[in-house]
Design a protein around this ligand. Structure first.
Ligand SMILES: [Zn+2]
Length: 235
């Protein structure tokens, strides 16, 4: 049961038409969707399914065994129904801005600093980043954010590209190799002249859309681990 994931090629689609493939207590499966499912550190989209003069709130989209379930409170919809979808754009756009911000920071860190990012999570109003960083080097975080803000201001293009497995280089992989899925074709997010990595998330088209990155708070997570929260303000 395959759902065409429209957000993969166009993160800016806010509405689309779709057809119901299946309904069950797990949720509604559609032939195409603009809803991003929870995963990869990016939260699920929320929004609305319009059907026959009624509206259904989509609380989240959950991917299980490659099937995308749109979870709603009740399911007064049947197979083959034609529906219209709309995502909560304000929420999604924040996720796009935070996701791209994280890739910019990761590009800066990988290219210029002897530091590792060990985890991250996007929220609607902030993002969390874990650095493998010794106490004495803590001022490095401020430098990294400074450099990242310079990239944001430079109007750098962010591109979606597809490459074959053979073209995937070790230095493009940001996760432990074992958890990278084995695919023939990888969708890549490229920040021109800074970073390219396999990614299934939604991103802005231009770095300037990210807005100013500032540190919200920092926490110590053990001797060699620092956790910071960043927040974005409008450009
Ligand atoms: Zn990502």
């Amino acid at each position: 049961m395959e759902t065409e994931l429209l957000y993969l090629n166009d993160s800016y689609m806010r509405e689309c038409d779709s057809v119901v493939l299946k309904t069950s207590e797990d949720g509604i499966v559609l032939n195409r969707t603009i809803f991003y499912p929870e995963g990869g550190g990016q939260p699920s989209d929320t929004g609305t399914i319009f059907y026959n003069g009624t509206t259904l709130d989509v609380d989240m989209v959950h991917k299980r065994d490659e099937i995308y379930h749109h979870i709603t409170e009740s399911i007064p919809i049947y197979k083959n129904s034609e529906v219209k979808l709309a995502i909560d754009w304000k929420r999604r756009y924040m996720h796009m801005r935070y996701h791209t911000a994280l890739h910019i920071i990761s590009g800066v860190v990988n290219n210029h600093y002897n530091v590792k990012i060990t985890g991250n999570q996007i929220y609607t109003d902030k993002a969390r980043i874990d650095f493998n960083l010794h106490d004495s080097a803590e001022s490095v975080i401020e430098e990294i954010l400074n450099d990242s803000n310079n990239i944001v201001k430079s109007n750098i293009k962010i591109n979606i590209k597809y490459i074959r497995k053979e073209e995937l280089l070790d230095n493009m992989i940001r996760v432990k190799k074992e958890i990278l899925p084995d695919l023939e074709i990888y969708r890549m997010i490229e920040i021109e002249n800074l970073d390219i990595q396999p990614d299934g998330g939604t991103h802005v088209k231009n770095s300037s859309e990210v807005g100013h990155i500032s540190m919200l708070k920092r926490e110590n997570k053990g001797k060699n681990n620092k956790r910071i929260y960043i927040t974005l303000s409008d450009k």
